[in-house]
Design a protein around this ligand. Sequence first.
Ligand code: PMP
Length: 361
Amino acid sequence: MTDKRVYNFSAGPSQLPMPVLEAARDQMLNYNGSGQSVMEMSHRSAVYQQIFDETKADLKELLNIPDNYKILLLHGGATQQFGTVALNLLHKGRADYIVTGQFSGKAAQEASKFGDVHIAYSGKEGGFKHIPSQDELDIRDDIDYVHLCNNNTIYGTEWNYVPDTKGAPLVVDMSSDILSRPVDVSKYGVIYAGAQKNMGIAGLGVIIIREDLITPHKENIQVLSEYDTMVKSDSMYNTPPAYAIYVLGLMLKWLKSMGGLEEMQKRSVAKAKLLYDYLDNQDFYIPHAEPAARSNMNVTFTTPNKDLDAKFVKESIEAGMVNLKGHRSVGGIRASIYNAMPIEGVEYLVDFMKKFAEENK
Ligand code: PMP
């Protein structure tokens, strides 16, 4: 038990910036003189509509989203989009999936229920330490789209280029690196992400979709999976995840006040560098990802054995850091250092790692 805030390295849901939590607290009982909490208001009211519209406008501004893209704010997180993308985009019935981790594997599996899915690359045998180069991709001709996951939250790898898809639209899961750096949205057909890392809290999926990919709804899919209907109803066919959208709005205002995505990129690179520089200059911890594939969001490594991994996690909690335990499928340690993690948190972790290594060599 503690009455202090801890350094929270959770992969998601993740730590939120203090100004966001404070704004939510201050507005909890009475949002902007409306006499209601955002949790209590009608999603059709003028006061909520303003929150919704500003949130979309701020996202468009921050990510520099071109006018021929639509923004959807929907239920179901990222996983809902694994099937939704396939249901909406498969016309020829063929899509290629680049599998660089567990979530891209799940996305491929889900899409294969609806069409002919070809795995253009799989990093499974190599333990998902690698991001493929263009030459390693086996992309077919005449497909509806190519899918990839930009940042592999579990394994700590991240794409640092946009592959050539032979003209097919590129669909990307950006759940764990969206808003951490500027992106050229025009290179993608669809970008989707669960909100609970850099965009606030769970319960919300953000989808950015190029207009020409939104086709009239099909009779044989659930209404909440029809991009066409969701666009026409501006994400309000039913009650949207209203509070999560409000928190996204607070996150975007905070990001703007901090200097936007260029500033976030500088900070992310500096934070990750602290950890990777240390990992590269010691011989106790074993980094997981190949150096060229390293993520600036999730830094993964192990100690020399499982007992020491467990000891590391236990002692890190005693030292005021939580959620450093690696994902159950990989073990070891994972430090998720999204936008809300201050550099002091990473410095504190590196000091702890040095001390732990000395004591356990
Ligand atoms: N994709 C990635 C890259 C993720 O990190 C996660 C969740 N950690 C998901 C998809 C699944 O997201 P959700 O729980 O929002 O469905």
